[in-house]
Design a protein around this ligand. Structure first.
Ligand SMILES: Cc1cc2nc3c(=O)[nH]c(=O)nc-3n(C[C@H](O)[C@H](O)[C@H](O)COP(=O)(O)OP(=O)(O)OC[C@H]3O[C@@H](n4cnc5c(N)ncnc54)[C@H](O)[C@@H]3O)c2cc1C
Length: 502
């Protein structure tokens, strides 16, 4: 018997024994069942096709799939599986039945059709940085896009990017040409997840969100059909802020690129051993002083235990305009570093690349705010918790500027333009065993904010425990997104715990 005949005999034997495909029925090693995790939808009412009539037909189909030049399927017993299945957040391990490593759009289409045929839920992984592990699943198919790294210049100001590219790879391609797209700062984050959920960063106030520069995209829907979306198409609207693992798999996106800033300056202030009152009053000051920042600036208030870092960056060195900010914090913080004007942007951005290897953490949005008054009544209790729990970080970042532009709002599903501040709660730990206490304290803080009426959240900073995540992430746009879902994935093949429901 040849190797091929042996393989076919094995597949047939497994199918006759009742196994799903020829994959061993697998139980997740460490199932994660967060309190409000929803179970994957049953497929009984979905148009997911029935299995082939005979075992021979099924073997034939499996063979065809495994012979594809467009995709490689990995199963748990394959040596490559464990590397491919790891996401950036070790807190939420998942074990898909199949990892489909796609080489191109056709490979994605084949994988989706295959998953649909064999009733596997599909999730999509670009950079794998989802806070809650939404780019993987247990027992379904994970479409892995890490090979899709095309960088194609369509003209001097337009670039087509494969969704497997990380932000570092994109900056490496653009900055030497003096160009940039406004995106996040961490090197390993994928453009796929970042842009589909919005995408903000150091240059967001100057150029808008990442999705605001998105001009076109290619999406493979829940039937495996390939769509090109351009201009003000409804699909493009939906994918500008509402496209994370909802309607299909986005293979590539086309962006308008911008002139990269010629200079970059950062100013840093530190204060130590803060009591709650001082941390609160510095936060109030920070809100006051960031209200009128030039659009070239980004600001952050970062409270890590009792240590506060206040950061302000400027892409145009408008020192006169930010003098009031610099003077205020020089006078009220313990240490001041007024930055030199830097002209090497690639080098300057590297400072923000962050850790690139997977780690344990629980991060989530802690609310979008209009100003300090939104949180004035509850912030002391929050700061108290941050002080008491080493490892907790509370951060507020500036949005606003061009992000608030009505012209962007008109063509995108991102619903939170009116909120100029985005907060994030973070908890990092080294060992799994250290997580429980920290995550409980984390949850206490989220409850404080919720009880105080903070309800708007950023989709790219998800929390599995948000009760009304549909409106928290998408506001009034959720119903319109549901229509898009019904059009492109009526069978709900593309799914994660907080994906749009049709
Ligand atoms: C260390 C770190 C730093 C971060 N910094 C920033 C920042 O500066 N600015 C900011 O805005 N955000 C930031 N984020 C949040 C980040 O934007 C989200 O985690 C984003 O979703 C990650 O994208 P990804 O492709 O790496 O993740 P993945 O885990 O691959 O995907 C995330 C989500 O998007 C969906 N998705 C991914 N690719 C596709 C695709 N091609 N088609 C359809 N759906 C897809 C997945 O279903 C999943 O729900 C950061 C996150 C981390 C962990």
């Amino acid at each position: 018997m040849t190797q091929e005949q042996k393989r076919r005999a094995f597949i047939k034997a497994m199918l006759l024994a009742g196994a799903s495909l020829y994959l061993p029925a697998c139980k997740p090693k460490t199932p994660s069942t967060p309190p409000n995790t929803q179970t994957p939808p049953t497929t009984s009412n979905s148009p997911i096709e029935e299995k082939p009539d005979t075992i021979e037909e099924e073997v034939e189909q499996i063979d065809e799939m495994f012979e594809s030049e467009n995709v490689v399927f990995f199963r748990m017993e394959d040596a490559e599986y464990s590397d491919l299945s790891v996401g950036f957040n070790l807190r939420v391990p998942k074990q898909p039945k199949i990892i489909a490593l796609c080489k191109n759009e056709e490979g994605i289409a084949e994988s989706v059709k295959y998953a649909k045929q064999f009733k596997l839920q599909v999730c999509v992984k670009s950079g794998g940085h989802s806070f809650e592990g939404f780019s993987s699943n247990d027992g379904g198919m994970c479409i892995n896009l890490s090979l899709l790294k095309e960088v194609e210049w369509l003209d001097d100001n337009t670039i087509k990017l494969g969704c497997g590219l990380t932000l570092k790879e994109i900056y490496d391609a653009l900055l030497p040409k003096g160009k940039i797209i406004p995106a996040g700062s961490c090197a390993g984050v994928g453009i796929g997840g970042l842009a589909l959920g919005g995408g903000y960063g150091l240059f967001g106030r100057k150029f808008g969100l990442t999705c605001d520069s998105m001009k076109a995209l290619t999406l493979i829907d829940g039937n495996g059909k390939i769509h090109e979306a351009q201009n003000d198409d409804e699909l493009l609207w939906a994918c500008r802020g509402g496209g994370n693992g909802n309607f299909g798999v986005v293979a590539n996106m086309t962006f308008k690129v911008h002139e990269a800033p010629k200079t970059f300056t950062r100013h840093l202030f530190k204060a130590y051993k803060l009591d709650v009152g001082r941390a609160k009053s510095l936060l109030q000051k920070w809100f006051d002083m960031t209200e009128n920042l030039p659009n070239s600036c980004f600001g952050a208030y970062v409270l890590n235990g009792k240590t506060l870092t206040v950061l302000i960056t400027d892409a145009e060195n408008r020192i006169a305009d930010i003098k009031p900010f610099l003077d205020t914090f020089s006078a009220s913080m313990d240490k001041t570093t007024i930055g030199e004007v830097e002209t090497d942007l690639p080098k300057s951005l590297k400072r923000y690349y962050g850790i690139q290897t997977p780690l344990y953490f629980k991060n989530a949005c802690a609310g979008l705010y209009k100003g300090f008054t939104d949180i004035e009544g509850c912030i002391e209790a929050v700061i108290q918790k941050v002080h008491e729990n080493r490892g907790l970080i509370y951060q507020v970042n500036t949005l606003g500027g061009e992000i608030a532009s009505p012209s962007f709002e008109a063509v995108s599903a991102y619903p939170h333009r009116a909120y100029p501040y985005l907060s994030e709660l973070q908890a990092y730990y080294e060992k799994e065993s250290q997580g429980e206490k920290l995550v409980n304290a984390f949850q206490d803080i989220q409850t404080i904010f919720t009880n105080h009426g903070i309800t708007a959240h950023y989709r790219n900073y998800p929390d599995i425990n948000f009760k009304n995540w549909e409106t928290a992430y998408y506001g009034e746009n959720y119903a319109r997104l549901q229509k898009v879902k019904r059009k492109y994935d009526a069978g709900n093949v593309i799914w994660h715990e907080q994906s749009v429901k049709g």
